[in-house]
Design a protein around this ligand. Structure first.
Ligand SMILES: [Zn+2]
Length: 238
């Protein structure tokens, strides 16, 4: 299946927190979008890998993505090496996205920066024809996405551009809250962590609102890029 956009996250819920408003908007515009989680988030303080699998699928339905897969890398301990790069290359070649979205370039959780570089490196390597991969015993064609964009997570990284997600903040929040074990729940008996605070849950919306304020819309999500941005016409900027 060919996709327009493939979003990667180190953990299930990274994509929702970072860019699910953008994903919902692109799907509403007719784009085909997929999500690939690198780990099952098994080291998360709350919940379990099995529960998070279900939460991730629930969120996928809410967003309307065409596919959601999990590479089952080791949460906390995966590295940027040949094995992990090849597993990601196989997915990039399978879905042939023009645009890849991936983790923040630097963040509080060590997996985020690692995943950011790992996915970006795999996007480059995927375009080299002498790297041979197979899927279901069929040799895959080389494919390099045109763009790699990094969403923003815990840290307030200055975005290089912002996407207007006005009209899609509710579906973003719904997709985040599909992870019932991960965020603010006053009735939970499990340990409290920074991401289970009410402040963090509130921040998802007010940060989108604040970025929206800066670009003159209601809500926005920010991204950073690896190369100079270009537009075909000045009118394409809002
Ligand atoms: Zn994460």
């Amino acid at each position: 299946m060919k996709l327009n956009i493939l979003a990667f996250g180190a953990h299930p819920d990274d994509v929702e927190l970072g860019c699910s408003g953008t994903i919902a908007k692109e799907i509403s515009l007719g784009k085909k979008v997929g999500i690939i989680d690198l780990t099952r988030g098994e080291l998360g303080t709350r919940g379990s890998a099995e529960i998070r699998d279900k939460e991730a699928q629930k969120s996928a339905k809410i967003l309307g993505v065409s596919v959601r897969e999990n590479l089952s890398f080791r949460d906390g301990f995966f590295v940027n090496d040949e094995f992990h790069q090849l597993e990601i290359i196989k997915k990039i070649r399978k879905y042939q996205p023009e645009i890849v979205l991936c983790n923040a370039i630097d963040d509080r959780h060590i997996d985020h920066g690692k995943a950011s570089k790992l996915v970006s490196d795999a996007c480059f390597l995927s375009g080299l024809i002498k790297i041979e991969t197979e899927l279901d015993s069929v040799v895959q064609k080389a494919w390099r996405p045109k763009m790699v964009y990094h969403y923003i997570q815990w840290k307030n990284i200055e975005p290089d551009f912002a996407v207007d997600i006005t009209g899609f903040i509710d579906i973003k929040m719904e997709s985040v809250l599909a992870y019932g074990t991960q965020f603010y729940d006053p009735n939970s008996k499990e340990p409290v962590t920074p991401i289970t605070s009410k402040n963090f849950l509130d921040s998802i919306k007010y940060r989108a609102q604040d970025l929206g304020r800066l670009i003159g819309v209601e809500y926005a999500e920010g991204f950073t890029v690896e190369r100079c941005l270009a537009v075909s016409s000045l009118e394409n900027l809002i």
